[in-house]
Design a binder for this molecule. Structure first.
Ligand code: FES
Ligand code: FES
Length: 169
């Protein structure tokens, strides 16, 4: 019996066909087989959020999902969202606010924050704090990260108001 399984999926919009080990985790597959090393491994048991990626549009812990569970699905990583420009304002806000130091948590934090911004555009500061509480940062003390996310929420709300009034954003 074969000890690998063939999976078909799209990663950052690109079709992929790969042989994977049945117990290989999604984040290991992305890092080791596809060289997408932006997603990091921290705790390896679903606690720290460093491995956060999107699976069919929703954030998941890449260390808790097996690569075989991504068969037939769409995966987005920090590389894909960075190259598409989808989170350019969020990345700039992290820079402006000095919301990273060693950067180990940053890709997971950005993935989580981008989902919040997309799904809860009216989120309060407290809701931002709660949302990112599942992503650990050992350097920044979180305040700058919360500031950066709140900046983007406010900027996008302002841009929406300008659009509604027919003013070019
Ligand atoms: Fe996946 Fe920590 S490495 S949650
Ligand atoms: Fe170092 Fe967050 S910037 S862990």
């Amino acid at each position: 019996m074969s000890d690998t399984k063939t999976i078909h999926l799209t990663v950052n919009g690109q079709y992929r066909r790969h042989e994977v080990r049945p117990r290989q985790h999604l984040v290991d597959f992305l890092r080791e087989e596809l060289d997408l090393t932006g997603s990091h491994l921290g705790c390896e048991h679903g606690v720290c959020g460093a491995c956060t990626v999107k699976l069919d549009g929703a954030i998941v812990r890449g260390c808790l999902v097996l690569a075989v569970q991504a068969d037939g699905k769409s995966v987005q990583t920090i590389e894909g969202l960075s190259e598409s420009g989808a989170m350019r304002d969020l990345q700039q806000a992290f820079l402006n606010r000095n919301a990273l130091q060693c950067g180990y948590c940053t890709s997971g934090m950005l993935m989580a924050a981008s989902e919040l911004i997309d799904t809860q555009p009216d989120a309060s500061r407290e809701q931002v704090r709660q949302w990112i509480s599942g992503n650990y940062c050992r350097c920044t003390g979180y305040q700058a990260i919360v500031d950066a996310i709140c900046d983007v929420l406010a900027d996008r709300r302002d841009a929406g108001v300008r659009d509604d009034k027919g003013v070019a954003a």
